[in-house]
Design a protein around this ligand. Structure first.
Ligand SMILES: Nc1ncnc2c1ncn2[C@@H]1O[C@H](COP(=O)(O)OP(=O)(O)O)[C@@H](O)[C@H]1O
Ligand SMILES: [Mg+2]
Length: 234
């Protein structure tokens, strides 16, 4: 469904990712792992057309994304939950969610999708009139994921959803992501928490200094000596 071929992107003259090849099938859960600065967020931004490709190609169902303006990407069913959540603090929980359904197709089904999001995240339903900025970090992360779901995406891209969360909230967040995947949504999960990520995804790519240095099934990566030494503390 989504394919990156030889994707390179840079900020000014400094390359951030080089020659990245990634494929995601319909309904798959795929990890994008690596240390700080490896190029994970840049890869998601490239898919969302938020950074310019210096070379390479990204296609969804064979359509070259370069031929489309950035606002068309969500219309193709790709939702991007950015690093650091970025909810609108002065708006209520429900207003934040409603804004997520901004493409025409999602807007038409907004109230039904809202019910679905509230059933996945009952905590958001309890807090629907609360200002988003007054919620805890974990609650804001749920809200950011819920807002992504309001697009009714085929692919949900999550950038470090566990960053800065207490362990118990990290557990809840990963359970919810698993639940969303089981409903049939493909997931592209960016994580520094490699062991947790490998327990959720089916396959993963490891980025280092802007390049994919390894990819394989979760079991292959979890048993790989290099991955164990660099990311799993074994
Ligand atoms: N807005 C930016 N301007 C300049 N350089 C950036 C910017 N964002 C990221 N970079 C650089 O690009 C590289 C990849 O960053 P990023 O994709 O954010 O990595 P990750 O998400 O894996 O931590 C890093 O060297 C980082 O310093
Ligand atoms: Mg990042």
């Amino acid at each position: 469904m989504l394919e990156l071929t030889g994707v390179c992107a840079s900020y000014g003259s400094v390359p951030a990712i080089s020659g990245v090849n990634i494929q995601i099938g319909v309904g798959e859960a795929v990890g994008l792992l690596g240390a700080n600065g490896a190029g994970k967020s840049t890869t998601l931004r490239a898919i969302s057309s938020l950074v310019h490709l210096t070379s390479g190609k990204i296609t969804i169902d064979g359509i070259d994304l370069a031929s489309l303006p950035p606002h068309k990407i969500p219309e193709l069913g790709i939702a991007h939950v950015p690093e650091g959540r970025q909810v609108f603090p002065e708006m209520t929980v429900q207003e934040n969610l409603e804004i997520g359904a901004y493409v025409p197709k999602a807007k038409a089904e907004r109230s039904r999708t809202l019910d679905l999001v509230y059933s996945i995240f009952p905590r958001l339903a309890d807090r629907k009139r609360q200002l988003a900025g007054t919620m805890s970090g974990g609650e804001q992360q749920m809200l950011a994921v819920g807002r992504g779901l309001m697009l009714k995406p085929r692919l949900l891209m999550l950038d470090e959803p566990s960053l800065g969360l207490a362990p118990v909230m990290t557990d809840v967040t990963f359970e919810k992501i698993q639940e969303i995947h089981k409903m049939g949504t493909a997931i592209l999960l960016v994580e520094q928490n490699v062991s947790r990520a490998l327990s959720l995804v089916q396959r993963a790519y490891v980025l280092e200094s802007g390049r994919v240095i390894m990819h394989g099934t979760s079991a292959e990566l979890a048993n790989n000596k290099q991955v164990q030494a660099a990311y799993l503390g074994i």
